[in-house]
Design a protein. Sequence first.
Lengths: 300, 347
Amino acid sequence: MKLAVGPLLYFWERTAVLEFYERISDSPIDIVYLGETVCSKRRALRRRDWFNLAERLSKAGKEVVLSTLTLIEAESDLSYMGRTARESNWLLEANDLAVIAQLGGRPFVAGPHINVYNDATLALFARLGARRWVAPLELDLATLGNLQAARPVGVETEVYAYGRMPLAFSARCFAARAHNRPKDDCGFVCQQYPDGLTVYSQDNEPFLTINGIQTQSARVHNALAQVAALGRIGVDVLRLSPHSAQAVDFHQVIDAFRRVVDGEEASDVSVSSGPPTALPGGYCDGFLQGAPGMRSPSGG
Amino acid sequence: MLSMSDAPRPSARPPRVELVCPAGGPPALRAAVDNGADAVYIGFQNGLNARNFPGLNFTVKEAVAGVRYARERDARVFVALNVYPRPQQWRAATDAIDSVAAIGADALILADPGLMQYAAERHPGLRLHLSVQGSATNWRAIEFYAQRFGVRRAVLPRVLSLAQVQQVVARSSIEIEVFGFGSLCVMVEGRCALSSYVTGESPNTHGVCSPAHAVRWEETATGRQSRLNGVLIDRYGRDQPAGYPTLCKGRFRVNDHLFHALEEPTSLNVVDILPELVACGVRAIKIEGRQRSPAYVAQVTRAMRAALSACLADPKRYAPPAEVMAYLDRVAEGRTHTLGALHRPWQ
């Protein structure tokens, strides 16, 4: 199994982004997804910056994929995506059908927000050029196993394995709303929250996370204990979603998954085989168990 | 009761802008048709549509009678099959598509691309609509469905501004339907897993959001509170009206502020901007609420019919009928309405 770093979901300072990928270039990661998938207004890195990063990571031996915006509404979103597609030689990750239409048969990765729930849909996207698909977050192991059995030749399967989960997208920016600012004058308040802004229930349970127009889980999904099961059904890639040092030592996360994937840690693997998270919700892995996604890992 | 002038009957010729109304069962279908619906949308009792509620939806036999009832009164019937079936549900889904074709429904509303392909291949004469659950928020995504499967109409997610709706209509080769009244999804439909995060069931997988079986009401010293699979969604004082605990409409704490962090309980209502929607070429206005009672469907259909007919008759002199707005606010979620994302500052 290969390990991928998913697209950075949060809005970090430019230097923090560059430092993060500098360390990734030296890490035991196979695939790196780059680019902004949440908000078109976040431009700490320009298209050219992402292309340059892609070059550097590729030279360091990483497979590079450019991820595209998930919620594409405005003409400007479409033209930005179209230009990225035309100017890039990298594989693109589509999170909206507009990207697949734009690529017109060129190879792509069907991202986690392209709805693939059955083998007919998977076969359709394979015919349209999908080299890999990232399973929707809410799919369980049994359904994944079913889909793996009917998977078209030449299509890899990737599973979201670590990180707060991107669960929903809106036209509304909830970070701006929490700061009583209009979206058009948001002041980039989301940059204050390197791992998102935790939403608590009235009895003080960490519930969700605000990340601009995206709503995430408060808990951090952690599939470490499920790696063996994912391997048995032939999953090819595990996606680790970036977090800041305030949340977790991300390189310890990479190392923990690497050890399990490489079989160095075979028995009794649980989330405690990896580093703890400092985020208030702790870990969960319910979706893979066919349970509510927020459920805590068994034996964790 | 609403006392508006008689709602005009739909003409045999398809009207310029259709009023598409919800029906969770045969009485609601008749209520919608009798009160001025141009089309009614329904679902089968198979757990495969976005209002998969106990006691709701149609048997095939009821759907046949519904189609006949509507057609005799110049109205059309659309059948929604808008979950994303997993492999274990595939056969039930394709059987349901075959049934929709067999009963002569006027359109099939789908979200899943695999099902879309099945329907286009097996039933090339069957008119296909892209469900709001199909999550197409731009013309390129819509054209994908139009070109590949011959989809004839797309229902837009409730996340676009009016200017964006106008652009989508202008650049799409197929008909565009927008929501006009009813509960408001603040998240883009078809790409929301909040409900399954909390309950294990989502609109995509089970055709439900914040399902009733996961709801628990608790009496407290100061009033009551609602939980969804254990998660506290909201608290109410003794005299406060309590709303259904849809998880994105609760009050939560963010940075020490307690508020509706995602969205207030409120209904979408486009009656104020009907002339703009009509002028830009929107082909249909949809009322949300297949889970609502036949009485509700009758009244809301009648109110929306009055507003839409007034707008179509004289869009330049149109003003939102006061009695329509007053009535719709009385039945609205939270007794208040919004233009939602259509109104840019809301975003």
